[in-house]
Design a protein around this ligand. Sequence first.
Ligand SMILES: Cc1cc2nc3c(=O)[nH]c(=O)nc-3n(C[C@H](O)[C@H](O)[C@H](O)COP(=O)(O)OP(=O)(O)OC[C@H]3O[C@@H](n4cnc5c(N)ncnc54)[C@H](O)[C@@H]3O)c2cc1C
Length: 342
Amino acid sequence: MNSPVRHYNLTPHTTFGLPCKAAYYTELHDEGSLNAICSLPEFDRNTVLWLGGGSNIVFAGDYHGLVVRLATKGIKLMAEDGDHVWVEAQAGEVWHDFVQYTLAQGWSGLENLSLIPGTVGASPVQNIGAYGVEVKDWIESVRCFDLDTMQFVVLGHDDCGFAYRDSLFKQAGKGRFVITAVRFRLNKHFSANTVYGDVAKILQQQGGEITAQAVADAVCRIRRSKLPDPKILGNVGSFYKNPIVDAAVAERLLRDYPNMPHYPQTGGKVKLAAGWLIDQCSLKGHRIGGAAVHDKQALVLVNCGHAVAADVRALSDFVCSQVLQRFGVALDCEPSWLPENV
Ligand SMILES: Cc1cc2nc3c(=O)[nH]c(=O)nc-3n(C[C@H](O)[C@H](O)[C@H](O)COP(=O)(O)OP(=O)(O)OC[C@H]3O[C@@H](n4cnc5c(N)ncnc54)[C@H](O)[C@@H]3O)c2cc1C
């Protein structure tokens, strides 16, 4: 395999578009090359970054280690019965293209997750979710390269520690497992999930039969109307997780803000809407340097053109401090800041 490229410009491989160079950069096109990558003199298990579409990473500065972009391709039907198909996609497949492919085959399940940027390989990392569906609901197993043993291993759904925007791959397995493929169990018979009112409303407007493709189209319409296109305005989608608080905290807030959106969770917890909390602080459009809170969607921080990491950091700190001051609720960043602890 070729030597990694030095001082490689990573900016085009990220959706936020902040300035960033990698000390070394290479691409993985075949999982069989993983051993060779791990034998490179530039490889250091503690500093290597496994990169997908760069849509959930904020680079706080140049990256001093080796960056390996997962670019493996392939989608394969592994098995089927009367109700389900088991389909495996390689890590470097573009997530939305994969969803579209499954719908074109008549397989349903992933339609609510349409148009989420990034790769198939990253989808289990933060257990991507949207419009009432999480990818964990459809994952059968995850194929990984285990850097502890230098062997491939298949982790079953229950081994992956899936939770809200979280998984083993962000916790104990971080830095250990490189995800090389994901196997999904999808439905042959469609049943719509329209728990989110917006989706039901658009479907009604669209008229006609409610198919998985119609749900996907409705989701795409909503997303395009609400979220900035990273190709036009750099962003990483939701910048904060929706905070999950104790019921007592939610009750206290509801006394002062009876219209506050809140979603009861298992275990007596309540999920709040981070975007609503930020919006109540009148922060839409608030700008520091080249970074701003999006003027239509308070949950999204955007790169107005020439943002640097310090602008984004200052803006994010300001947003968090305002929400904490007003509601007593701490916001947690959804994307990873890299290098860490900056
Ligand atoms: C406009 C916009 C909208 C978004 N909407 C949503 C949404 O609705 N729901 C949602 O959940 N997310 C959303 N996101 C966030 C993002 O799209 C997802 O988190 C996505 O899964 C990230 O994929 P990626 O390939 O870009 O990962 P990257 O940003 O490249 O990587 C993210 C993390 O995963 C790790 N990683 C990546 N690939 C692998 C691999 N193969 N093996 C091991 N580790 C790996 C990286 O090291 C990094 O820590 C949105 C982002 C944008 C820009």
